[in-house]
Design a protein around this ligand. Structure first.
Ligand code: ADP
Length: 162
């Protein structure tokens, strides 16, 4: 059985993340999305909100679950009995750091491998940061995030900007 973890900040989940989740869920038996508690970043959305948005937008995928995690991805994978870490690659800039992280993780545990999915072309530019920047200026984010997330991002910024 192939069990995978897909770690990230998901602040908020975008259509780029959902594309990777949908494609990964087809090739592994079980996929656990790991939402990172990162003390170095102050997220726009709380952990509960990020988990809720991921659960809502992946509810149609029966082999996908969502969990919070803290610390190293390799430990999160081990705790879940996962043998694969999923990551998405957008540009060459992702490649360099992702390759380094994948190699470190593999040297820490050679039973766990990283599987990369290259971005679908329409999402190559897309990141949670881009979504937040566009929303901050009250521009349209409907092409970047699912409808349920769009509403939540808009209401966050209407609170911040008011
Ligand atoms: P992190 O803060 O670890 O980069 P993110 O939530 O931004 O976490 O991303 C999680 C994973 O999803 C990373 O592997 C990232 O490269 C990938 N990813 C994010 N956006 C896209 C996208 N538009 N297309 C493909 N992969 C993406």
């Amino acid at each position: 059985m192939t069990k995978a973890v897909y770690p990230g900040s998901f602040d908020p989940v975008t259509l780029g993340h959902l594309d990777i989740i949908t494609r990964a869920a087809k090739v592994v038996d079980e996929l656990v999305i790991g939402v990172l508690v990162n003390s170095k970043k102050s997220p726009l959305f709380s952990m509960e909100e990020r988990i809720e948005m991921l659960k809502e937008t992946t509810a149609h995928l029966p082999n996908v679950t969502v969990q919070a995690f803290e610390g190293m991805t390799i430990d999160f994978a081990r705790q879940n009995g996962a043998n694969v870490i999923i990551r998405g690659l957008r540009a060459i800039t992702d490649f360099e750091s992702e390759m380094q992280i994948a190699q470190i993780n593999h040297s820490l545990d050679n039973n766990i491998d990283t599987m990369f999915f290259t971005t679908s072309l329409e999402y190559a530019f897309l990141s949670s940061t881009v979504v937040k920047e566009v929303a901050y200026y009250n521009s349209d984010i409907s092409k970047f995030v699912p409808k349920a997330v769009e509403e939540k991002v808009k209401s966050k910024f209407s609170n911040i900007n008011s």
